[in-house]
Design a protein around this ligand. Sequence first.
Ligand code: M6R
Length: 606
Amino acid sequence: MCGIIGYIGPEEPVSLVLEALSRLEYRGYDSAGVAYFDREAKVDVVRASGKLSNLAALCQGRAGLPGPAIGHIRWATHGAPTEENAHPHRSGPIVVVHNGIIENDRELRKSLSSEGFSFSSETDTEVVAHLVHRHYRTTGSLPEAVRLALREIAGSYALAVLCEERPGELVGVRRGAPLLLGEGENAYFLASDVPAFLKWTRKMMPLPPDVIAAIGPDGLALLPVDGSPPLVPLFEEVPWDPVAAEKGHYRHFMEKEIFEGPRAIMDTLEGRIAPGHGRVMLSELARLGPSPPELVFVACGTSYHAALLGRQFIESLSDIPVRVEIASEFRYRPLRIRKGAWVVGITQSGETADTLGALDHARREGYLTLAVTNVPGSSITREASATLLTRAGPEIGVASTKAFVAQITAVWLLALHLARRTALREEEGSKKALEILLKSPARLEGFLGALDLGTIDGLAEKVAASRFVIFIGRGLDYPLAIEGALKLKEITYRPADGYPGGELKHGPIALIEPGVLVVAPLVDPDLSAKEWSNIREVEARGGTVLTIASPETAPVLPAYPLPATEGWEGVFFATAILQLLSYRTAVLMGNDVDQPRNLAKSVTVE
Ligand code: M6R
């Protein structure tokens, strides 16, 4: 939600900031803005409502002096997505970009107005600019002015601040919202996410909360807000390839990322299988100790659907009871879970406020927490007791695709890890599950290489022509069904919902009529026969059903035939088809696939 960038270094800043913002556009696209030192060494602030391309058009022909510059991409919370509300916000010489929410904005506005500060926007950020300005007047120091301003602010923030009177300085600070530092050749970056500066450097460190990054002529100083001694910067190399954040020959990031599924599985497996392929070794989990008496997954959206698959994997390979909770609901309920339980947060971004809140709720009650996340150095990695990284690489498309595939891989690995430790089921079952998992990258690669896009487009036309789409599934197919429905809603805006196949007759079947389409993935070898009964019930009422199934789960030719599958591997195939079905439908409808309306990639507000 909102993306910020700060840069100080030798490059021309306007084009650099615009390029960096283009890597953050997935975080919001209601407005964008940049502030930089112009040829007269004055700060020029340029802002535009709507997408980044509007700002880029306004910036045509503009170039700044090498020095600090800041930029912002907005997902509106306080105030409409207008130019006035676009960041950067300015007060005297102080210019600020912000990601987060200032909770005491109203009180601060009142007191600052009574002191003579005038407001030109409805945003909560403008109070920050005025507060820093007020303290700058008395201290003459930018880091100190920021530090004093923070004392008055309640809420969450990642801030980048510059001052017209300090052309060699840039300041950043965060609490409850992400901010990373990047170190380049005679240059520093501040950014909400790694892809923003990946083109220039891989050296990154997450800025700890309540520590001011003060960059000036003497380099970088990390100054704790509470006045304790400065911290020593410790940069690490991000294992991401800069090309991974580029679209390449694909039309959309989403399309590219669907085809990166096999690589996401392979990279997530890397180094986690003991030599000889005998067993899974998740050394990252060593800190959690022996296997838990209960495991609780907390997650949102697509990550929640991966957790539902995780429950099925773990419960079928071990005797550990597993619960799956929507993070935003879990965090406000009393914890009624067994002593010693692990609470596992699954999150692509590692920044989802609800998932972080849920994990924090568990941590405060003394539970061990595990983060399953795709972003090294993200907030959740710093807050959980242990971290299991998925390795899908940067995911730019707002609709999650390859990260979901990597999450499925991670929970599959987790199930095998726990199965080995409890040794409840026959060794054979786990062995087979591991064998199948190891073959999955190549099998999925082969499957994607032989796709019948004509058939998918034919199905997409049917989806585009329907008023409402119901996705159904049982067992493993239920999480796939609700994930299929979510994907379709997100990028086609078509009303869609997912139900367990068996639930249909308890209400939703009343919706079946011409114009309503049912989509049924069928990859659960144990429950597909039951699911076919549900399909027959729909057909008997004149409904049209599109099935995605392999020969062993389909008594008749399915709408999209999958190859013969073993064990759980069908989840990867069906996922790819469901993702492509939404993608091709959205393209057919002429929608903006990578930046669907109203959404943002990381949801850092509640
Ligand atoms: O970063 P997270 O995995 O925590 O994000 C959770 C959801 O916001 C996310 O999965 C969302 O539902 C996606 N847009 C799905 O495509």
